[in-house]
Design a protein around this ligand. Structure first.
Ligand code: NOJ
Length: 561
């Protein structure tokens, strides 16, 4: 397997708004990110992904960009960002930005010009359509609900297209001039010293140009935009060009948010000459819901077997194309993993958080840690929809009511799945605002946080935080680094149904991981697994017989060299 400069990275995702406020406005900022670089470094982290800090009206919390080359004053300034870059560099930490080029904000200068003057060159930077009868051009449903078409004020029968919220007009990638502007902007950031990008919503760049309606798939008479605007034929032209004109020139690292890539196309995405360095493994991200766009439809009855199969299948398929996956338990779009993958509240313990960490940390690919995951943060429970900020949570709630669900059941689904679960302020200590801010934060604090904060956990050698540090050390341990990074992946079959087990194998070295993801005792035999490198919970191994208490995990290492 070829080696890449980024293959040993451990990545930490900062959601700046909720990380650390230093200027007393209840919103996190760049100075707050600078202040915690030592903390991040101690986790073994070598790269930081910064969620959008560009100028934005924040309808979708920065994923609606009004100026690609400026920092929103809520977060600080470009100069402060440069300080962040150089302070990170001193600690051997690279920085990747979030690249959101499927759409802008409706407050972007290009879009304002496109509206102000239909003859301006910017009109064709976006997607406008006029219909004869004043009906919307087709029945596609946007990801956040409702039609993908928004009427243009003062222009009868005219609409613009948006895959996400109406305030996020899609860019028209069919236009070569637009593409060139985007490439220049990307290269400007790379010149500034960022190591690469997490690439947002990238499989949406190409839409079917017949713009044809399809049979409805919901009671609203609409059909999900993903059927006509995700991974559509022709997207390869855009993605190849994007790579050649930008990333390749700088040997940049890119992590695609690439929902819906069919197995047959995976090679094009992450094979040796793929569009991206890696893409996120989302195979099990939405295992907890029946429908990923309409969460209100309820939770799925997933099993550990389903989770194991999803995890292993994506690793095996990625291995076949010699591609790398970005391994994630959490991000800013998902509930907290402890709440999601541990169904019984009583089991949502620090031990379970550590077991989950063990499960994904040694998979082939690059581990990503989302802020707060490393201390075992959990979901919150809100009593009223007014306590939510996230545009998609609020839309889902409204859709549920329209669909006849009661307020209680709509709220219960939103509490379970809302993106705000991950967006509550980071818990640095046990004070009122958790050391995040000294004033009321922009989003309410989590309400299940006793014992779950950095200060408390630093003082406890058995804490989730200290366990993540140990995992970081093991990941970088020179004795095991090669096998962790490039070892073959081998699932272990014939284990009890709630145990996930796999091996990484390279030149006589074998790393074995067992995780019991249930509260029941699990027993099985395991041969030639070597010595214990890390352990979570009660585990005995006697004459090759393994006994694992509920929510326990172990990493074993065998070195025949
Ligand atoms: C994916 C981002 O992670 C999410 O937060 C955002 O709402 C959409 N893309 C639209 O940019």
């Amino acid at each position: 397997m070829s080696t890449k400069w980024w293959q040993n990275e451990i990545v930490y995702q900062i959601y700046p708004r909720s990380f650390q406020d230093t200027n007393h406005d209840g919103i996190g900022d760049i100075q707050g990110m600078i202040d915690h670089l030592d903390y991040i470094q101690e986790l073994g982290v070598t790269m930081i992904w910064v969620s959008p800090i560009y100028k934005s009206p924040m309808v979708d919390m920065g994923y609606d960009i009004a100026d690609y080359q400026d920092i929103d004053p809520q977060f600080g300034s470009l100069d402060e960002f440069k300080v962040f870059l150089s302070e990170a560099k001193k600690r051997h930490i690279k920085v990747i930005m979030d690249l959101v080029v499927n759409h802008t904000s409706d407050q972007h200068e290009w879009f304002k010009q496109a509206l102000a003057d239909p003859k301006s060159k910017y009109r064709d930077y976006f997607i406008f359509k006029t219909t004869d009868d004043g009906d919307v051009p087709n029945n596609w449903r946007s990801i956040f609900g409702g039609s993908t078409w928004e009427p243009v004020a003062d222009e009868p029968n005219t609409f613009y297209f948006h895959t996400f919220a109406p305030q996020q007009p899609d860019l028209n990638w069919e236009n070569p001039a637009l593409r060139q502007e985007i490439y220049q902007m990307i290269n400007w950031w790379l010149e500034l010293g960022v190591a690469g990008f997490r690439v947002d919503a990238i499989t949406h760049l190409k839409k079917d140009l017949d713009w044809a309606s399809l049979p409805a798939d919901g009671s609203d008479g609409l059909v999900s935009v993903i059927k006509k605007g995700q991974n559509r034929p022709g997207i390869d032209v855009f993605l190849n060009e994007l790579k050649q004109e930008t990333f390749d020139k700088y040997d940049a690292i890119t992590v695609g948010e690439a929902y819906g890539v069919p197995e047959k196309d995976l090679k094009k995405y992450i094979g040796p000459n793929g569009y991206f360095s890696m893409i996120f493994d989302f195979s099990y991200m939405n295992i907890d819901v029946l429908n990923t766009d309409e969460w209100y439809r309820g939770r799925s009855q997933w099993t550990v077997k389903d989770l194991r199969e999803a995890l292993f299948e994506s690793q095996q398929v990625a291995g076949q194309v010699h591609g790398t996956l970005a391994n994630v338990l959490e991000n800013h779009d998902q509930p907290r993993v402890l709440s999601k993958l541990v169904p019984d509240k009583h089991d949502q313990t620090p031990t379970a958080a550590k077991a989950l960490a063990t499960m994904y940390y040694f998979l082939p690919g690059v581990p990503f840690i989302y802020q707060g995951q490393e201390i075992g943060m959990k979901n919150f429970v809100r009593k009223d929809i007014s306590e939510f900020n996230d545009v998609s949570s609020i839309n889902n709630y409204q859709m549920a009511l329209k669909d006849g669900y009661s307020k209680e059941s709509a709220l219960a689904s939103i509490n379970d799945k809302s993106r705000d679960n991950a967006r509550v302020p980071m818990q640095w200590n046990d004070s009122k605002f958790a050391g995040f801010s000294d004033t009321e934060p922009w989003l309410g604090m989590g309400n299940d946080r006793e014992g779950i904060d950095v200060q408390t956990e630093l003082a406890d050698e058995n804490s989730v935080l200290n366990y993540y540090k140990k995992l970081g050390q093991l990941h970088h341990d020179l004795a095991w680094q090669s096998v962790t990074t490039t070892g073959d992946f081998q699932p272990i079959d014939s284990l009890p149904e709630n145990v996930i087990g796999y091996q990484r194998i390279l030149d006589g070295q074998v790393l074995t991981v067992f995780v019991n993801l249930s509260h029941e005792l699990a027993e099985f035999d395991a041969h030639n697994v070597g010595d214990r490198l890390e352990k979570v919970g009660d585990i005995t191994i006697d004459n090759d017989h393994v006994k694992m208490a509920g929510y326990s995990a172990v990493v074993m290492g065998l070195n025949a060299n």
